[in-house]
Design a protein around this ligand. Structure first.
Ligand SMILES: [Zn+2]
Length: 146
């Protein structure tokens, strides 16, 4: 197999997250439709994305707690031009910067293509989408209940 061929195949594959020791509980939570955030037992800081220590006080005393899954759109952008061949069938799609109820901000994607309804401070809720048996990705849907 030529190197070039490998390159094309790799380019057609979407980059997927690789769960590690710190983030595995969060990825397990997504399988059950739950968002888990790390809470610091020393200073109370709540963080996303997961890591081994608190980003506020460097304490390793972190525990996962279930978040509400609700937030508001802090910022958004509609992508019309695929960033690579693997995303060609996805466009157009909206990338959201969601401010979670618990405080952290999270970059994600909108479920569906209701771009005309997008606005700042609009409520959204977590919806997880199955990519494989091992991996569910977090998306956000417009929260029409509010
Ligand atoms: Zn802390």
């Amino acid at each position: 197999m030529s190197e070039q061929k490998v390159g094309v195949e790799e380019a057609l594959k979407k980059p997927l997250p690789t769960p590690d020791g710190d983030s595995q509980p969060m990825w397990d939570g997504f399988k059950e439709g739950k968002l888990l955030l790390q809470h610091c037992g020393d200073c109370g800081h709540v963080q996303y994305y997961q890591q081994g220590i608190c980003r506020n006080c460097q304490s390793p005393n972190l525990q996962h707690q279930k978040a509400s899954g609700r937030g508001v759109i802090h910022s958004y952008s509609v992508v019309h031009r695929a960033p690579g061949p693997a995303f060609r069938d996805d466009v157009p799609y909206a990338v959201l910067l969601v401010e979670l109820e618990e405080g952290p901000r999270m970059i994600s994607r909108l479920v569906g293509q209701d771009f005309d309804s997008l606005d700042f401070d609009l409520p959204v809720r977590l919806e997880t989408i199955k990519v494989s048996d091992e991996l569910f990705l977090p998306y956000f849907a417009l929260n029409e209940c509010n």
